[in-house]
Write a protein that binds this ligand. Structure first.
Ligand code: GTP
Ligand code: MG
Length: 262
């Protein structure tokens, strides 16, 4: 996403290198997605203040009710940076599984996702490493909580203006050059070892492309940044399920990659 421009040969040694930025949406899914997003946000706030918001948006969804924050790496004395609830951090918990199981006729699209052996009464403490629960949470909250936020974020990026913003750090190494006319970048960031990110990431990729078209944007390139079990080496007790989820996620990804590239 951030890379120094190589085209500006007139720069002196002391002037900042220009970084051309496409409008970019960071979609963080599950706990890991939100944690990575807030750490990146803290770095951007430290380097560019709020100016980066013209071209970069964060939007995170999690089934667990958890707040995420991060310190600016070079200024830990400053207040930690958080994700704004309701616009950057959206809870998709409160899925009443037992109600859904009782009235499958009212939700046929979700009903076919419900495994018969599912015991959970409600999704509010995360998807508990059950991928199906993450996927159900996505469809359960799509119309009310996910689609509107996705639309707002994408639309705001469509209107981001062209501007050059200098860096705030002492060395002022980079300045940002926003380029509103270029295609949108979307990064889907999550672990594929749990239930939430792992259960949602593929559908989110398709739904984001669909929403980009709906919002009248030119197009987008979607990149997945997916964390594997090795990132959770300290989670010993839950190890086998982490590996099973990651394997299943990669199988799904491979399946749809083949289907769309055939
Ligand atoms: N026991 C334990 N498990 C962890 C820890 N950190 C991560 N995990 C597990 O590793 C998996 C991946 O982490 P997350 O990114 O939170 O997963 P998620 O996408 O939010 O999915 P769920 O947490 O299952 O809803 C999750 O299933 C977590 O339960 C930890 O410190 N201790
Ligand atoms: Mg989690």
């Amino acid at each position: 996403m951030l890379s120094p421009s190589t085209t500006d040969s007139t720069e002196s040694r002391s002037s900042p290198a220009k970084v051309n930025l496409r409008p970019t949406l960071i979609l963080g899914l599950g706990g890991t997605g939100a944690r990575i997003a807030v750490n990146l946000k803290a770095r951007l706030v430290e380097a560019y203040g709020s100016a980066y918001t013209q071209s970069i948006r964060f939007l995170c969804f999690d089934t667990a009710k958890e707040a995420f924050s991060a310190y600016q790496p070079n200024h830990p004395e400053r207040s930690p940076v958080g994700l704004t609830p309701g616009s950057e951090m959206i809870q998709i918990s409160d899925v009443k599984i037992s109600d859904l199981m009782r009235s499958t006729d009212n939700n046929p699209s979700i009903a076919r996702l419900l495994p018969t052996l599912l015991q959970s009464t409600q999704i509010d403490q995360g998807a508990q490493q059950i991928r199906r629960l993450g996927r159900i949470a996505l469809f359960y909250h799509w119309s009310e909580r996910i689609k509107p936020q996705l639309k707002t974020a994408l639309t705001s990026l469509r209107h981001s203006g062209s501007q050059s913003v200098p860096g705030l750090s002492e060395d002022k190494r980079w300045s940002l050059q926003f380029n509103p006319s270029s295609r949108l970048n979307v990064y889907i960031v999550c672990s594929i070892c749990g239930g939430t990110g792992s259960g949602m990431f593929l559908d989110m990729a398709y739904l984001t492309r669909y929403m980009v078209t709906e919002c009248g944007l030119e197009g987008c390139s979607v990149t997945g940044v997916l964390l594997l079990p090795e990132a959770f080496a300290n989670v010993e007790t839950t190890g086998p399920r982490l590996r099973a989820n990651a394997y299943a996620s990669l199988l799904d990804l491979e399946h749809y990659n083949r289907a769309t590239s055939a």
